[in-house]
Design a protein around this ligand. Structure first.
Ligand code: NCD
Ligand code: ZN
Ligand code: ZN
Length: 369
């Protein structure tokens, strides 16, 4: 017998504006295909991949090459262009978004960043900032003041140039408030869930920007609950376990597989409304990347409304560990559909509606009118 179930929820496809799919010379950390698998497992139908690959994507030629590779993935692939030494590369590449790192600011200087913003205003691209002023970095430390100082400088540049700005992985409630009216912001699952007290592993918990103190984390969560945050994005940044356990661990956390579950857990806890989940991880990010996530166009995510525990070993991507391990997530992704192609989680490929209701009833008349 077939039974009805109320335990499923259909959502528009999730969109993650900040992932690192690596590949190329860093394919040992993650591949484009591995990243796409993690995305589908996480209910994510579209991503904005970051340009800090090796080599870094700073030319129109590399940008287009990477886009061609991404186009063969089962998800909708978008790419943030890296800062070019010669801004004419932007005229050729015409990217929708350009990603600016603290390392770019250190290497090229703020004057170059200003010219880039002018160029972006002209070409109508969005300047996406990892906003930490490298001037305040001291012997490997990156204090919250680096975020504050960068945000002030970028605010002035945005006003001068008229460029559209997005601030990614912001960590301070103060940044969320300051950004109102001139920039959009996203926050990560790890900055919402993890802090310097509940995450102590030196390698696993190392990330840029750094995890903050518990009170700062709680203020960020309160800003999210108050509806002040525009988007939710993972900053899924895979490394190998050996690298993370080494003397000199690289920063970065994997979370693409479970990000939706951790966001829905905030809905379950009453911190967010379901509409907030859809706005934060689908509608607003889709607008930044310029992608269509209309379920009527066959792009959607189905979750089963049950609680589960985050387990890295269950991740579908290349990266199978996370400091988010053990957290309670809600809403297991059972299917992700991209433009009409449905990807089912293993073992869950059963029809969502009962076939019994379509069985005919009664006997046909012996004569027809
Ligand atoms: C990112 C990476 O590994 O590429 N690391 C990180 O800690 N977030 C770089 C970045 O997003 O800043
Ligand atoms: Zn970053
Ligand atoms: Zn990143």
């Amino acid at each position: 017998t077939v039974q009805y179930s109320n335990d499923f929820l259909i959502l528009p496809g999730m969109v993650d504006v900040h992932v690192h799919f690596r590949d190329w010379e860093l394919a040992y950390k993650e591949t484009l295909a591995g990243g796409a698998a993690a995305a589908l497992a996480g209910g994510v139908v579209a991503v904005g991949d970051m340009p800090n690959t090796r080599p870094h994507i700073r030319t129109a030629e590399l940008y287009q090459r990477r886009l061609r590779e991404g186009a063969s993935l089962p998800i909708i692939y978008r790419l943030h262009m890296g800062v070019p030494a010669d801004l004419a590369e932007l005229d050729l590449a015409k990217p929708r978004t350009v990603k600016i790192y603290p390392e770019d600011i250190a290497q090229f200087g703020w004057a170059h960043v200003k010219s880039l913003l002018q160029k972006c205003a002209e070409l109508n691209c969005v300047a996406v900032f990892h906003c930490e002023d490298p001037q305040l970095f001291r012997d490997g430390e990156r204090p919250p003041e680096a975020e504050r100082l960068c945000v002030e400088k970028v605010r002035a540049l945005a006003a001068e140039t008229g460029a559209r700005v997005h601030l990614t992985h912001v960590t301070l409630a103060e940044t969320v408030e300051t950004a109102r009216g001139w920039a959009t912001v996203d926050v990560t699952p790890h900055h919402l869930y993890l802090d310097t007290e509940n995450c102590r592993d030196r390698g696993l918990c190392l990330v840029n920007p750094r995890l903050r103190a518990p009170d700062a984390r709680k203020r960020l969560l309160a800003a999210l609950a108050a509806g002040l945050v525009d988007m939710y994005a993972t900053d899924h940044a895979p490394h190998t376990l050996a690298e993370k356990a080494s003397e000199n661990p690289p920063p970065g956390i994997c979370s693409l597989d479970v990000a939706l579950g951790l966001l829905l857990a905030l809905w379950k806890r009453g911190v967010l409304a379901l509409g907030d989940v859809v706005r934060l991880y689908s509608h607003r990010p889709a607008r930044l990347l310029g992608v269509d996530v209309d379920p009527l166009a066959g792009t959607f995510t189905i979750v089963k409304l049950e609680e589960y525990t985050v387990k890295g070993e269950e991740f579908a991507g290349t990266c199978k560990f996370t400091p988010l391990e053990g957290l309670k997530a809600f809403g297991r992704v059972v299917a992700t559909a991209v433009r009409g192609v449905v990807y089912f989680r293993d073992g869950e490929a059963k029809p969502l509606w009962p076939t019994a209701v379509s069985q005919p009833r009664g006997t046909p008349p012996s004569t027809y009118p």
